[in-house]
Design a binder for this molecule. Structure first.
Ligand SMILES: [Zn+2]
Ligand SMILES: [Zn+2]
Length: 280
């Protein structure tokens, strides 16, 4: 399987292409209709803020998609093997058999990209790229910027709709002034779709922001959270099986050695990395 270096490598993910289409639709409606339907300070404010926000979102999105979060040890080891130069293997305690190189202990091999990523967080289908130590800051900046841009879009779409509700004659005059050739009802539908789409994206991105704030507070990655949840689920399943067999576990949650195995492994790995867990 080919190694994917960044999110612009083909094949593109359907969700990635969806994000491009949504962005194109949002920009088209914003400049083609919303700006023209606003007046005075609101028009200037929206045009300036939306343009600035969109530039920042696009630049950050391109940088994050085009970034290569591959574990630097992989590149260094491969380079040393290729050039037959000296390489101190004793500096690394882990090895990836799929990459055929040494890796940092925090690295995880991404099956979709076929490469090891240091401090792996998750594989983002929207960016078609892994998120890890190398691009996590960019990713956080991107979701924060998208949240602000969508909030701006939703607020001004709602303001345009309020004009239609309070003064329909004024709204029709503004639509006429656009010179788009569309009837007011069609423009109204476009604004409503724009607003609804903005709300959907805003809700999704705010959820992501909350999740990553939680992960930041716990000093862990999304992948470590998944491992922890799997460990707990497995422990509960084994404890339930033990109870079913008529044995009495001493602990209600995790009692048997088998049940503790996955969770204990996770905790052990976290301790190795010097990460403090707030798990029970
Ligand atoms: Zn690997
Ligand atoms: Zn990946």
């Amino acid at each position: 399987m080919e190694v994917k270096r960044h999110g612009f490598c083909r094949p593109f993910h359907p969700l990635q292409m969806t994000s491009w289409l949504v962005t194109a639709f949002e920009i088209t409606i914003a400049y083609g209709f919303v700006v023209g339907l606003l007046r005075g300070t609101a028009q200037v404010l929206y045009a300036v803020l939306f343009t600035l926000g969109e530039i920042l979102v696009l630049v950050t999105g391109v940088l994050c998609t085009g970034s290569d979060p591959t574990d630097p040890a992989v590149h260094a080891h491969r380079h040393a093997l290729k050039t037959h130069s000296a390489f101190d293997l004793s500096l690394y305690s882990a090895m990836c058999t799929l990459c055929g190189t040494v890796v940092h202990p925090s690295s995880k091999h991404c099956g979709r990209c076929n490469r090891c990523v240091s401090r792996f967080d998750h594989h983002c289908k929207w960016l078609n790229n892994c998120i890890g130590q190398g691009n996590y800051r960019l990713f956080k900046a991107l979701i924060a910027l998208v949240a602000l841009e969508e909030a701006l879009l939703v607020a001004f779409d709602a303001y345009v709709l309020s004009v239609r509700i309070t003064d329909s004659e004024e709204f029709y005059l503004r639509v006429k002034g656009l010179g788009s050739g569309l009837v007011p009802q069609a423009v109204l539908v476009l604004i409503c779709v724009h607003l609804a789409l903005g709300l959907v994206v805003l809700c999704g991105v705010v959820q992501l922001l909350v999740l990553h704030f939680y992960l930041y507070c716990r000093h862990m990655t999304a992948y470590e959270l998944i491992l922890e949840q799997r460990g707990r689920k497995h422990a509960r399943k084994v404890a339930a099986e033990v109870r079913q067999k008529g044995e009495n576990p001493t602990d209600g949650n995790m009692s048997s050695p088998q049940g503790d195995a996955t969770f204990a492994l996770f905790q052990q790995e976290k301790r190795k990395k010097g990460l403090e867990s707030e798990a029970e």
